[in-house]
Design a protein around this ligand. Sequence first.
Ligand code: AMP
Length: 194
Amino acid sequence: MNVVMLGLPGAGKGTQSKRIELQFGLRHLSTGDLLRSEKQRGTPLGRAIAERIDSGNYVTDELVISLVAQALKVSAAKGYVFDGVPRTISQDRMLSDLLAQFNMQIDLAIELRVSREVARKRLSDRASIEGRTDDTAETIRHRLEVYEAETAPLIDHYRTQGILRTVDGRKTPDEVLELVREAVGEITGESSRG
Ligand code: AMP
């Protein structure tokens, strides 16, 4: 089974992805983490990535999908929880094509829904704890806008496919995980997609 996590930056995708990894034995694959580790290498590619991340803009679809392809090749897990990808409709197509090569598909999309105010507050709190270079006030504002423009259309896209489940992201991590379990049960129980 492959799960895609959707939601504003700060909705809790990373936190829940780690829990889903433990709960369901899926491999957590965060494109933000892959990009940040490339950034840290300080290569020309890493510097180009840094420029995009630190300004709150997306890197290209091709770059992010090539990193995912490399990760899938070495990992060979039975399924993944994709955290931060796809972020555009075209990434959804590219990821689906890639998964098809491994006889897999996107089975479930979980939208963690929080308001922009909650997202903004959580990101600025995270800034002081984790010190992420893209958690500054101005970049946060821009990232929320980019999400609405580029990523939010995926919600309708997955709803149309019948694989979207929306969860209230303001609840506690335990409560959210419980709702995620229900969503997984519905998908695995009601269809043969997995
Ligand atoms: P995240 O850790 O998911 O919040 O990602 C941090 C930053 O990495 C984003 O603001 C983007 O600049 C970049 N990024 C992560 N995933 C993607 C993606 N799928 N497509 C484009 N850019 C991405």
